[in-house]
Design a protein around this ligand. Structure first.
Ligand code: 5AD
Length: 348
């Protein structure tokens, strides 16, 4: 196992079987070695900086029907809302004053916003928040739309692959959603010059160690700029409401391995992880994570963006708590960095 960890951090390519050995490793001493190496590698590339992104949840409407997600269109109990362009811009401006220089516009797949409307929004944010990065997380769209977003000034796109195994993907989504089109969308985004974020859930129903190894193998081949990894958390009004949540330790392990695969990646300590366990955000930041994404959405709509049960939206997950976040990060010996924090692998 030590040899495998050495090779991982020497930048060698690993096989699927080797990734699976890492996924299954439970030897405490080896895990501590893995976490230590991940922390060291993060510091070699990024120093002690933790990048802060302002997350704005622009719409809780979604036309997709993912079995795990509380926003799925079949969930008639979900409270739906949309922020207006003016509300979104005002939210960015407020964040800008607080010092944020990255705004992540995230939403369900909601065709209410036309591609033109999104482009207009991107342009206005770029004008009113100069020097900021606009990140989109609006699901699968066509190449034309992505191209227009890029031209309008968006520079990053988050689109988790969710699982890199087609058979597993088909157990998490209705037949209309296909892994292949997700993968094609990711490749298109990369071709268009976006900094691209992939990612997956840990502990989603039916997931095996082999599936997680495939996720890691995919990261090694595709080399995204950003990787979002969070535990699955059940939502009571979905078909997976009775499945157990993923494990926070396993999630941190996947983050640490990912840091070995992608030394320059931006890896958030996700909200789902912080929701699951109080100290997990700290553990993730000590084992390879280097991004935190506080929620800037207006208070009134936060509870409605309900991806999973008990989703955190207050405390240090809220922008008003920036001072507390700074302190928390300092407690881990880290420095809160509000700058754009582009991927070191990316040229504008
Ligand atoms: N548990 C954890 N993560 C979830 N997501 C959606 N539903 C859940 C859930 N029940 C994640 C998906 C999606 C992102 C926006 O939120 O990975 O890509």
């Amino acid at each position: 196992m030590r040899h495998l960890i050495d090779r991982l951090f020497q930048g060698e390519r690993l096989t699927r079987a080797e990734f699976q050995d890492l996924v299954l490793c439970e030897d405490q001493e080896m895990l501590e070695l893995l976490f230590r190496r991940a922390k060291e590698r993060t510091e070699e590339v990024f120093g002690n900086h933790v990048y802060i992104r302002g997350l704005i949840e622009i719409s809780s409407y979604c036309k997709q029907d993912c079995f795990y997600c509380g926003l799925r269109c079949s969930n008639h109990k979900a409270q739906r809302y949309r922020l207006s362009p003016n509300e979104i811009i005002a939210t960015c401006e407020k964040g800008y004053e607080m010092g944020f220089r990255t705004f992540v516009l995230q939403g369900g797949e909601d065709d209410y916003y036309t591609d033109d409307a999104i482009c207009e929004l991107i342009r206005e944010i770029c004008l009113s928040c100069p020097g900021s990065a606009v990140t989109l997380s609006l699901g699968e769209k066509g190449k034309r739309a992505y191209e227009a977003f890029r031209k309008a000034g968006a520079s990053r796109y988050l689109l988790r692959h969710e699982t890199a195994t087609a058979e597993h993907f088909s157990r998490l989504h209705p037949p209309s959603q296909r892994l292949q089109s997700r993968m094609e969308a990711l490749a298109t985004l990369k071709d268009l010059g976006f900094q691209v974020g992939a990612g997956f859930m840990v502990g989603s129903p039916f997931q095996t160690a082999e599936n997680l190894a495939e996720d890691l193998y995919f990261l090694q081949e595709f080399r995204p700029h950003m990787v979002g990894i969070g535990p699955f958390i059940p939502h009571q009004d979905t078909p997976f409401g009775k499945y157990p949540a993923g494990d926070s330790g396993q999630t941190v392990k996947m983050i640490a391995i990912t840091r070995g695969i992608l030394p320059g990646a931006l890896i958030p300590a996700t909200t789902a992880l912080a929701t699951l366990s109080k100290d997990a955000r700290g553990r993730a930041l000590q084992a390879g994570a280097n991004v935190v994404m506080p929620n800037l959405s207006p208070e009134a709509v936060r509870v409605k963006y309900n991806l999973y049960n008990n989703k955190l939206s207050t405390g240090t997950e809220s922008a008003q708590m920036l001072a507390a976040l700074r302190e928390e990060l300092e407690g881990y010996g880290r420095k809160m960095d509000l700058s754009r924090g582009d991927s070191p692998l990316w040229k504008a």
